[in-house]
Design a protein around this ligand. Structure first.
Ligand SMILES: N[C@@H](CCC(=O)N[C@@H](CS)C(=O)NCC(=O)O)C(=O)O
Length: 219
């Protein structure tokens, strides 16, 4: 029985997991979490009462948290693209960069998007300003790092790039990466050219009208 992925194609954390699945051509069944799919939503809520996606059911286990799902794929569905280096000391760099993108790019990006969905009187101006400041600092740090690297860590495509792709993709929509940060911008373009991520972006294209801040006419 193939793995079941509870996900939606437009979700950034789901794209983070779709990338490695596509990289290694791993078969899976998409259990699409979308309005009207009540049966799938009920299964998802039973599997993970916190109701965050993605969730993977595979090898008799329920896996949550995108990074852990990718760790599971590396262990149980290895393929030609090795997303976490075998040497645990080398893998530390990959995990550091994975945490960087989740905590300091994805999280502030989600804060800005989430705030835009609130009623005007419930908006958190201070929190959004903090999120924008964090993104500025993250972009600056990333730009300096990417002057020396093709991919986020160890110069081969890894878990860290799976985290980078959707986080930078959406973060640039809500808080554009300054033109001066040419290395960070070039890295984002490189990620968009990677076939696995290009496919995830294409599959999510029909849902762009749902983007609460208005999807820009690019990418
Ligand atoms: N830490 C989780 C975050 C997952 C997450 O925030 N997923 C979003 C979609 S991108 C979600 O499920 N949102 C639904 C909600 O907040 O109710 C992970 O790494 O998988």
């Amino acid at each position: 029985m193939s793995a079941k992925l509870y996900a939606h194609p437009f979700s950034s954390y789901c794209q983070k997991v779709l990338i490695p699945l596509y990289e290694n051509d791993t078969p899976f069944e998409l259990r699409m979490l979308a309005p009207g799919n009540d049966q799938v939503a009920a299964e998802h809520a039973t599997l993970w009462p916190l109701k965050r996606m993605p969730v993977l059911v595979d090898e008799g286990r329920t896996l949550v948290e995108a990074s852990i799902i990718i760790e599971h794929l590396v262990l149980h569905h290895p393929g030609p693209v090795r997303l976490i280096p075998e040497d645990p000391r080398v893998a530390l760099d990959v995990r550091i960069m994975d945490r960087f993108f989740d905590n300091y790019v994805m999280t502030p990006m989600q804060k800005i998007v989430g705030d835009s969905l609130r009623a005007a009187e419930q908006r958190d101006r201070h929190g959004v300003a903090e999120a924008r400041g964090l993104l500025d600092t993250a972009y600056r740090w990333l730009d300096e790092r990417m002057a020396r690297h093709k991919w986020a860590a160890n110069d081969s495509f890894s878990l860290a790039d799976c985290a980078a792709a959707p986080s930078l993709f959406y973060a640039d929509w809500v808080h554009p990466i300054d033109e001066g940060f040419s290395n960070a911008r070039a890295y984002r373009r490189r990620l968009l050219e990677r076939p696995s991520f290009a496919r995830a972006v294409d599959e999510a294209r029909p849902y762009r009208p749902l983007f609460p801040l208005g999807a820009p006419d690019r990418d």
